[in-house]
Design a protein around this ligand. Structure first.
Ligand code: AMP
Ligand code: MG
Length: 410
């Protein structure tokens, strides 16, 4: 059996960013991955700005004259270009407005007394007080978003703040998905004896869509070798990855394994993890006419186990980082937290367990009572997975490694 880390390292070493890129409007770029760095063409702020409503002055005027009463020589609202500040005067200024050349501090209006066309300064400001210097946030020519960044709302705002109307991004990763198992029924259809609903179709499609993939869903493929091979051949043409679920266990009746072997190559892995364990990784050949110079000659294949929690967990731990590397991202390791276990798990398992757990109000973790790989309830109840090493029982109060779903679902 492979350790989780060995399986992950082998899988990720096969992934590299897809080649296609495009230029798209910044407004439409949420969740896309930058293929080129965003370099600021300007300083932000582009000029010295006032961060208070008040008066712009020259500190030397106050020091030299000891005179705190200054005539007000101009009024500068935000968005208006000021005149240079006349020596020995103050300029009325507002938040966000350009500091006039010559002024070196802003005195907030609460520290002044205005009378007619004059203002008395009741405070001795240090040079630079309440002035945000040109370029204090961003310097012209600096990289504000490196290539490989997935665009969050804040990243879009940052790109827009330097005037970027378009961004260079990788095209979306194209994933084909299908499901096998004669027991599978779609919600909306009557459930015959021995049948179950195809819940994984909903979970896996949702997971892929949350990662920003372009998903082709072939639904339930009949459990026949010819049908499975035909679906694989078709899916290989226009996709980067084919994902299936079910039929990768040992002694399985399904036709996924022989079909992928016939259409490409396949490694069947036994991973020392729970839930999970079986995972199939390989590739399906593309037809010769499709394999032009730019395109790869094959499409990746990943086969997940059918048990709902197993497919969910193996997706989060293996498929997610693999897809994000294809998508052009560089950092795909989820950040884990060290948190206190507020439960006892007496029985140590030989395998690396990924336990569904929830954060409690005391800042510790509670464990879902039923950790069976068929119990999907645990994945909705939980806030994340405890990564419990092999052969390790957990005592109450112990610190455990917790990977929140917030780190795994994006
Ligand atoms: P398998 O990996 O095909 O041996 O399936 C393991 C278990 O997962 C069996 O109980 C299947 O009925 C169940 N299962 C397989 N595919 C799905 C699916 N798409 N949705 C829900 N359960 C499934
Ligand atoms: Mg099956």
């Amino acid at each position: 059996m492979l350790s989780t880390a060995e399986a992950l390292a082998t899988l990720l070493s096969a992934a590299s960013p897809i080649t296609g890129t495009e230029s798209i409007p910044t407004l439409d770029a949420l969740n896309r991955v930058l293929s080129a760095a965003v370099i600021s063409p300007l300083d932000v702020p582009p000029m010295n700005t006032s961060s208070m409503d008040g008066y712009a002055i020259r500190t030397a005027d106050l020091a030299a004259k000891g005179n705190r009463r200054l005539p007000v020589s101009q009024r500068i609202p935000a968005g208006h270009a000021p005149e240079p500040l006349k020596p020995g005067t103050a300029a009325r200024i507002f938040t966000g407005a350009t500091v006039p050349p010559g002024a070196d501090a802003i005195v907030m209006q609460e520290q002044t007394e205005a009378a007619g066309n004059e203002v008395t300064i009741l405070h001795s400001p240090a040079p630079g007080e309440w002035i945000t210097a040109q370029g204090a946030d961003i310097r012209s020519g600096s990289i504000i978003l490196p290539a490989g960044t997935r665009l969050t709302p804040q990243a879009l705002g940052l790109a827009a703040s330097v005037g970027c109307a378009e961004l260079q991004v990788y095209r979306r990763v194209k994933v084909a998905v299908f499901f096998t198992g004669d027991e599978l029924t779609m919600p909306g259809e009557p459930l015959k004896p021995g049948a179950i609903y195809n819940s994984n179709r909903f979970t896996l499609r949702g997971l892929l869509e949350k990662l920003g993939c372009d998903v082709t869903d072939y639904g339930i493929v009949p459990d026949k070798l010819d049908a499975t091979r035909a679906t694989l051949r078709e899916a290989a043409q226009a996709h980067d990855l084919i994902l299936t679920c079910g039929g990768v266990s040992v002694g399985e009746e399904d036709h996924v394994k022989p079909a992928v072997e016939a259409e490409g190559r396949l490694s069947m892995w036994q991973i020392a993890m729970k839930p999970g364990k079986p995972l199939a990784f390989g590739a399906v050949r593309r037809a010769a006419h499709q394999a032009d110079a730019a395109a790869s000659a094959e499409t990746f294949f990943i086969g997940l186990p059918g048990n709902p929690v197993s497919s969910f967990a193996t997706f989060l731990l293996f498929v997610r980082p693999f897809v994000l590397l294809l998508a052009g991202m560089q950092t795909v390791t989820p950040r884990a937290l060290s948190l206190r276990a507020d439960f006892t798990q007496n029985k140590a398992d030989r395998r690396n367990e990924f336990l569904r757990a929830r954060l409690n109000a005391a800042g510790g973790l509670d464990l879902f009572p039923n950790q069976s790989s068929a119990v999907l309830t645990s994945t909705v109840w939980g806030d994340g997975l405890i990564d419990n090493p092999p052969n390790h029982a957990i005592s109450v109060g112990e610190t455990v490694r917790f990977i929140p779903f917030s780190e795994l679902l994006n």
